[in-house]
Write a protein that binds this ligand. Structure first.
Ligand code: MTE
Length: 301
């Protein structure tokens, strides 16, 4: 029998072993979802439960600050400095606050949350994130009655981020949510993945993740969260308003002007594997559809 050196056990081994152990115990998919990954798990409900490998999650990225090809962020973000790091919560609030990353990790406990990331480009991954609900962080301030939306701002540092020396996007990267979307328990502050610290290419030290929206809504390396009165203009809306709307909910019935959104390619299955059907709200509709009742989602794309 081979003695396994601890260093050979990747986070992926640990996760996969634990999952198959739970399956062997005879728990069904739903009890696994409830007992182990409370925030899962439509990924499991439709048999697309395989976690994407750590390697794919950390080498196939979108992070234009570090370059526009998928392998650029992994290659170019190695020396990105994420310490010290502060996040301010400001705008339409009674009293703005500024928290260091150390304070954030002391105050908020990160837990495992397995969610599917569906990119607007038509591919998806199932990622075991570590994080906590954004609502907990936002509850540290008192928004004024004028506050209607929340804007997220990524770091601006062209010395460290070569991509920001070119006008590929309107820097710094900005995104936004309606307050009720931001306060939804699925909206997550991400601090890690596969039980480890968040890698730079995935948005260290802290990014957000909104499971039912296209991946670009999930801004990386956040330094500012601002409560605002008017719907914020995101970097992608600036770049191409016809193609990228404010809501950007995953919706197989509303195509991107240049391609269909009805199906997706699962990263890790190879390019010849059959594409699978994209689910409304990325499969999280039972939890979030009520946020949009009465809205024409073709108009508010
Ligand atoms: N955040 C910043 N600051 N810059 C970016 O270019 N890309 C977005 C989003 N967040 C991006 C970003 C896009 S298009 C996607 S699909 C996801 O990050 C990708 O996250 P991942 O690389 O961790 O899979």
């Amino acid at each position: 029998m081979k003695i396994i050196n601890y260093s050979e056990i990747t986070p992926e081994n640990i996760y996969k072993n634990r999952r198959s152990f739970i399956k062997k115990l005879g728990f069904g998919a739903s009890s696994l979802a409830i007992s182990t990954f409370p925030f899962l798990n439509n990924a499991i409900a439709n048999n697309r439960d395989e976690l994407t490998s750590y390697k794919d999650i950390t080498t196939y990225n979108n992070y234009y600050e570090f370059g526009t090809s998928k392998s650029d962020p992994h290659r170019n973000s190695k020396n990105f400095k994420t310490q010290p790091w502060n996040i301010s919560i400001e705008g339409e609030v009674d009293k703005p606050i500024n928290l260091s990353m150390e304070e954030i990790s002391e105050i908020f406990v990160s837990e495992e949350r397995v969610y599917r990331l569906r990119c607007v480009e038509g591919w998806s991954m199932v990622i075991p994130w570590m994080g906590f609900s954004l609502s907990k962080l936002l509850s540290k301030v008192n928004p004024t009655s004028k506050a209607k939306f929340v804007e997220f701002e990524s770091i601006y540092d062209p010395d460290q981020m070569k991509g920001q020396r070119y006008p590929v996007l309107n820097w710094p990267y900005k995104e936004g949510l309606r307050i009720d979307e931001a306060m939804h328990p699925l909206t997550t502050v991400v601090t890690g993945l596969y039980g480890k610290k968040l890698p730079n290419q995935n948005g260290a030290p802290l990014r957000i993740f909104i499971p039912w929206k296209y991946g670009f809504k999930s801004a990386k390396a956040i330094v500012k969260i601002k409560f605002v009165q008017k719907m914020p203009m995101s970097s992608w809306m600036w770049a191409s308003p016809r193609e990228y709307g404010f809501y950007s909910n995953v919706n197989p019935n509303v195509d991107h002007p240049r391609w269909s959104q009805a199906t997706e390619r699962i990263i890790g299955e190879g390019i010849w594997a059959p594409r699978v059907k994209t689910l409304m709200f990325n499969g999280y509709g039972d939890q979030v559809a009520n946020l949009y009742s009465g809205m024409d989602l073709k108009k508010y794309f």
